[in-house]
Every structure is written in C-alpha cells, then in structure tokens.
Ligand binder design. Structure first.
Ligand SMILES: C[S@@+](CC[C@H](N)C(=O)[O-])C[C@H]1O[C@@H](n2cnc3c(N)ncnc32)[C@H](O)[C@@H]1O
Length: 277
C-alpha cells in the first residue's frame, strides 16, 4: 500500500460471528472474539474436520500461488475474500519467488482491512481494497487496483474458500455471474490469465443444510451455501483447467504425500481447481 491511499472508518461488530474471524480461529489465530469461538464450537459439532479443512485449504492456496508464479509466470494477483493476514500470505509466497509480484487483496470484513493495512503498509507492491467481491467494477476501478494491476502482465484472480459465502441470487450478484464478469475483466488485461476457485462442498444433504443454517444464523446472513461438486463445476464452464482438473484441494499438485482415503475428512471438502482463460 502506498501512503495517501484512502483509509475509511471501520465498524467492527464483535457480537456477531464473522467468517474471517472464525477462519482465523480455526487456523489457530488470535484475531477472534467470543462470538466467533462460539460459532466455531457449534460448527465443529456438525463438522469435526473444520480445522483440518481450513489448514488444507491454506496449503492449497500456498501451492497454487507458488505454481502460478514459478511455472506460469504470473506476476499479478487479485485475491478475492483474502481473509485475515496469517503466515504465508499471497504476497509473501509470490514475492519470495518474484519480488516484483503485485497483489491486491479484496475483503469486506473491517477487521481484515485494519490488519491488512498494518501488514501491507511497507510493501508498495500490495494493497488491500475494502469491497464486496460481487462489485467487480468497483474492484477493477479502484485506484489501488489501477496502480498495481497492469494490462499485459500475467494475472490470476483468486476466489479461494469464499464462494460459499455468497448466496444464489439469479442476478448479477450470483456467484456464477461474478465469476463470468471477473473472467471478462481479466480478458481485457490480456490472454492466458488464470482463475482459481474452490469452495466447500458436501455429498451429504444433511451437512449441507446444517452448516448452511448455522453459518447463516451465526453471521446474520453473511453466508451463502455449502454446495455440490456439480455446482462448483458449473463455475468453470467453457474453461480449460490446469492438471489435475477439479479435485479435493488436498489433491491439487500436493508437495507431500496426501493423506490416504481413510484419514481424510468425510463430511465435506474444499473442492475446485485452476482455470486458464
Ligand atoms: C474462509 S475466508 C478465506 C480466506 C482466504 N481466501 C483463504 O482461503 O485462506 C473467507 C473470506 O472471504 C471474505 N468474504 C466473505 N464474503 C465476502 C464478500 N461478499 N466480499 C468480500 N469478502 C468476502 C470474508 O470476510 C473472509 O475473510
């Protein structure tokens, strides 16, 4: 972030659980409140693998960023629903391989914004944008995005573990519409850009229903849906995917042997992959 970029007032509601703070708690962080820990306890009752899922998801994010920079020459990232800073944030993984990599983080949670600013203040190649990931025009038109994301440089848009926070709406705010619009905007930057998508899916209708109901209530509506694999597959319609295609993220180019079937979460998984546009 560069000095002078606009800072807005923040309004943190500690009494209502937030996805960002719950995820922080599940990853072992300390940026969470009683409301988040209560909601996580209820979530762990329904889906005891929630912590494991969060760690596997984070490891997937690290591997994807590393692969895209090292093997596909990606220099710019737009990280939609970036979450609270933790270890190995996208810019740290990317800039370790290529110090010139640029990263724009996008999140609508005020606490993510507050911490993001502190973490990013000294890094001119990063910025955090306070926006809803459905507001594609605001994101691409934001001064920080215009400063950092340039046409002609290979770019990846990340939607990692965030689409389950969006409800289906059958209009321009529907997750599929958001993905299509973002892909179109990436296309205006040049050919061969990338889209990374994964979200929570379950084959068990009871898990889908119970988790969705709990999260909807705990976050007072800031939640979407645990979906089916087929629904996530539809987000990739018409796109070529990088090997190994759409998978449980544990199986996306693992750098250590993945756990055997009997040691994996069964109730739900983070599922997705990487599309080349
Ligand atoms: C589970 S965390 C994922 C963080 C990170 N992408 C990762 O995979 O490690 C989801 C994040 O998305 C953010 N989020 C949820 N809905 C959003 C929306 N409509 N617009 C912007 N951010 C959103 C939450 O605030 C949270 O920080």
């Amino acid at each position: 972030m560069v000095r002078g970029e606009k800072h807005e007032a923040l309004d943190i509601d500690a009494g209502t659980a937030s996805v960002a703070r719950m995820y922080d708690f599940l990853l072992g962080g300390v940026e969470n409140y009683w409301s988040d820990r209560q909601a996580c306890a209820a979530l762990l009752d329904i889906a005891p693998s929630a912590r494991e899922i969060a760690h596997h998801n984070r490891a997937f994010l690290r591997r994807v960023v590393k692969t895209l920079v090292r093997d596909y020459g990606v220099e710019q990232f737009l990280d939609h629903g970036s979450g609270l800073p933790t270890q190995d944030n996208v810019h740290q993984v990317a800039q370790r391989l290529d110090p010139g990599c640029r990263v724009v983080y996008v999140d609508n949670d005020p606490i993510v914004l507050a911490h993001g600013r502190t973490t990013l203040d000294e890094n001119a190649n990063t910025a955090i944008v306070h926006a809803d990931i459905r507001d594609t025009d605001d994101i691409f038109g934001h001064p920080a995005t215009e400063r950092l994301i340039k046409p002609g440089r290979r770019t990846a848009a990340l939607f990692v573990s965030v689409l389950h926070c969006l409800p289906d709406t059958d209009d321009e705010y529907d997750p599929a519409a958001v993905i299509r619009r973002t892909a179109e905007r990436l296309g205006t930057l040049g050919p061969g850009n990338f889209m990374v998508i994964c979200q929570l899916v379950s084959d068990d209708p009871e898990i889908r229903h119970k988790v969705t109901a709990l999260m909807d209530e705990s976050t007072r509506g800031n939640w979407g849906r645990v979906r089916r694999r087929s629904e996530v597959r539809a987000y990739f319609d018409g796109c070529r995917t990088l090997e190994p295609g759409l998978v449980d993220v544990i199986d996306w180019r693992p750098d250590t042997p993945p756990p055997p079937a009997e040691a994996r979460p069964t109730e739900w998984v983070e599922w997705g992959g990487v599309a080349r546009l």
